[in-house]
Design a protein around this ligand. Structure first.
Ligand code: HEC
Length: 696
């Protein structure tokens, strides 16, 4: 046995040689070096691992090796592994360091930042001597010592920086959350964007880089251009002072070799009614390449012009390499809620497959100017259904078919992508508001194949004049203007995604309701700037159906930008799914699919029915690991065949893999059921971090 005191030296030497030594009996055998895990597998966001110990043949022997229970709550996070430590985020927004081999807790960091916004992951940085964790939590980024979990006092103010600063006006007036982790490039912490309000007033969300040693802001790229900046002419004059959104909230990708930052931005705020941002709104709903050292724009491609559909990209761009017509090409791939797949040359931004500007119907809403065309890729075809005809309607039962036909016939402009919302009449949106590939993102392997799940439903969209909705009280007014889009005009919600609030007073206290409103929770944005009087009245309205006694209703709303109430002349009538009275889809076919696409040719290789879960992980050994609800599944990435599956303690996010002392592990965060699954799952159960490995 190697004496214990010699082992650190052995490890140090071994890491120089790319090997690690393990003593077996009296002979030291060489083992492959330890391999950790970075968010989304690293700066390329390709969800790919070169590890190959777990194979198609032995995957069915995977056994749980440890389980670390966490508190009740939903999770969207992915752990990272640095050295021998796995860093895990809990639903209570704490960071826990676990021994990646045994699951034993080393330390816990609980900054107790008020907020209810998800934390999807974290990042690490090293210069070879010092290693740091970059942990974002609500509006803050902490720089931590991975050995102790203590903030590094040299960074920012006492180890933290506040991302509400350097946005617009006073820091505290900005509502801005870093929900997806930053990414490191050289000594820069790069934050592509964050979560902001979907209704006005909303903060801007520039891409920014900070010095990892000092926390000082190094560069900024405005996604709502300022006067004199490229693209300013595609927005109304001084839009940068009043508009918000255009936010790359889903994370950041870095092409390390070429020194590029790549981001996918979301739509500007307000989502569905946009007469106060007429124009194409360049840099919103776009893929943007920036010089990682300076933040200067290299190229940009707008996926949706003048977005009226909240058609955000829900994952960061993915980097991969393909061979097209015998020539190698390094490409970047983006997708959005419309389920289109866009592929560009990384350096030039030139589309890999032609993208055609295609005509779509004009808006019938007074003052609105939908953009006449949208860019549609010729290849690959979209992941989900993007149009609906009578042939797509369900034939499950004669009665269901009848109901589907009747609703469909009442819609304005048929159904499909880029049909603008109408006033007082509904339109069908396909894919639906949570359509396409989703939060988990896509994966790519080294042979140029792309793997993506995709939701295939449809939603109902519409606008109504705010003045018509306007009721007597402050509380109901604010509710109709700012909450009804998700919770419904009559507070019946759109379960399972958006809960009904009809009896919320029986479940939550005044304080609890106010807390959810101020901080947001899960998919619900925070209304941190709601004036106290409005807040009191909304809470009272939700609990009792009327205002706090003695408060006067506000004056009738003026058309135009939302004067601090978050409402515009027309309000969205709510996220409603195109489903039958029993919740079943009114469309034919599976609600979601899992797909493999050969990006060398743009052709699909396989498509299988799927239940949406977390994001995919592909390995060199030909495995595709993904969660589907509360199951972890392993597919043969060549065929789409399920090779193995196992139940998880909770609803799984994106699996990760790492190797320590020659052994490959698969680990995953599981949380309480949320959204679609919460209703079926009953009272929320605590989740756990779990790790699997092959038996010795
Ligand atoms: C963009 C959609 C959206 C908007 C806008 C929105 N909510 Fe929510 N809300 C949600 C979602 C989703 C949840 C469930 C969150 C979770 O538990 O993950 C929720 C949860 C809640 C809850 C907790 C319900 C419970 O049973 O625990 C309350 C209360 C609430 N919202 C009130 C409001 C009020 C008041 C407003 C307006 C000021 C508002 N919401 C605006 C989406 C929204």
């Amino acid at each position: 046995m190697v004496p214990l005191f010699l082992r650190p030296l052995a490890h140090a030497l071994a890491s120089v040689m790319g090997l690690s030594l393990l003593a077996v009996g009296t002979t030291a055998v060489s083992l492959p070096a330890n391999v950790g895990w970075e968010y989304n597998a690293g700066p390329a966001s390709d969800h790919f691992s070169s590890l190959d110990q777990i194979t198609k043949t032995n995957v069915s022997q995977l056994k749980q090796v440890w389980n670390f229970p966490i508190e009740v709550g939903g999770l969207e996070s992915q752990p990272i592994v640095v050295g021998r430590t796995l860093f895990a985020i809990t639903p209570g927004r704490r960071l826990v360091a676990l021994d990646a081999v045994t699951g034993e807790q080393k330390w816990i960091f609980d900054p107790q930042v008020p907020g209810g916004q998800p934390i999807r992951g974290l990042a690490s940085w090293t210069d070879g001597k010092t290693t740091r964790l970059v942990f974002s939590n609500q509006n803050l980024i902490f720089l931590l010592d991975p050995a102790t979990g203590k903030p590094d006092p040299k960074f920012g103010k006492g180890g933290q920086i506040n991302l509400q600063e350097h946005l617009r006006g006073k820091a505290e007036d900005n509502v801005f959350y870093v929900t997806s982790p930053a990414i490191l490039y050289k000594n820069l912490i790069i934050v592509g964007g964050g979560r902001v309000a979907e209704t006005l007033p909303a903060s801007p969300s520039p891409a920014r880089a900070y010095d990892v040693r000092t926390g000082k802001l190094v560069w900024t790229f405005h996604t709502i251009p300022r006067p004199g900046e490229v693209g300013a002419e595609t927005w109304p004059k001084d839009a940068w002072l009043t508009q918000g959104g255009a936010n790359a909230w889903a994370g950041t990708t870095v092409d390390v070799k070429n020194g590029l930052v790549l981001i996918n931005t979301g739509s500007p705020s307000e989502d569905f009614y946009a007469t106060n941002r007429l124009g194409s709104n360049r840099f919103a709903s776009s893929t943007i390449a920036l010089d990682a050292n300076t933040g200067k724009r290299v190229w940009d491609f707008q996926l949706v012009h003048h977005d009226l559909w909240d058609s955000d990209s829900m994952s960061p761009p993915l980097l991969m390499a393909v061979t097209k017509n015998g020539r190698k090409a390094e490409i970047v791939v983006s997708t959005n809620k419309q389920s289109h797949i866009y592929a560009f040359d990384r350096l030039s931004g030139k589309p890999l497959f032609p993208i055609k500007e295609t005509a779509f119907p004009p808006s019938t809403v007074p003052g609105e100017q939908a953009w006449p065309t949208q860019p549609i890729p010729t290849l690959p075809r979209p992941l989900s259904r993007t149009s609906i005809t009578e042939d797509d309607l369900t034939d499950r039962t004669p009665a269901a078919a009848e109901r589907a036909k009747k609703i469909f016939a009442s819609m304005a402009g048929g159904g499909g992508h880029y049909v603008p919302p109408s006033l007082d009449k509904d339109t069908l949106v396909a894919p639906g508001f949570s359509g396409g590939n989703g939060l988990g993102g896509m994966a790519a392997d080294r042979k140029g194949w792309l793997y993506a799940s995709s939701a295939n439903g449809s939603s109902i969209s519409g606008l109504v004049e705010y003045a018509k909705l306007r009721a007597a009280g402050i509380g109901e007014n604010a509710y109709l203007g700012q909450c009804s889009s998700c919770h419904g005009r009559d507070r019946s919600g759109n379960p399972p995604e958006f809960p009904a609030l009809t009896n919320v007073g029986d479940r939550l206290s005044l304080e609890e309701i106010a807390d959810v409103i101020k901080r947001g929770r899960g998919r619900m944005p925070a209304f941190a700037n709601m004036p106290p009087l409005t807040l009191d009245n909304v809470v009272s309205f939700l609990r009792t159906g009327s205002d706090v006694p003695g408060t006067e209703p506000p004056p009738v709303h003026k058309p135009g930008v939302g004067e601090g109430t978050g409402t515009t002349k027309y309000v969205f009538t709510g996220y409603r799914s195109f489903v039958d009275t029993d919740g079943q889809s009114l469309l034919k076919g599976p609600l979601a699919t899992l797909n493999a696409i050969n990006m060398n040719t743009g052709q699909y290789i396989w498509t299988v029915p799927f239940t949406m879960g977390g994001g995919p992980l592909v390995t060199q050994s030909g495995l595709l690991l993904i969660t589907s609800g509360s199951k972890l599944q392993a597919y043969d990435s060549a065929t789409g065949k399920v090779l193995w599956e196992t139940p998880l303690p909770g609803f799984g996010t994106t699996p990760i893999t790492y190797r320590i002392d020659g052994k490959q592990y698969v680990a995953i965060a599981t949380g309480s059921a949320r959204g679609r699954n919460a209703a079926a799952a009953g009272p929320p159960k605590p989740g756990a971090y779990v790790a699997f490995a092959l038996p010795d």
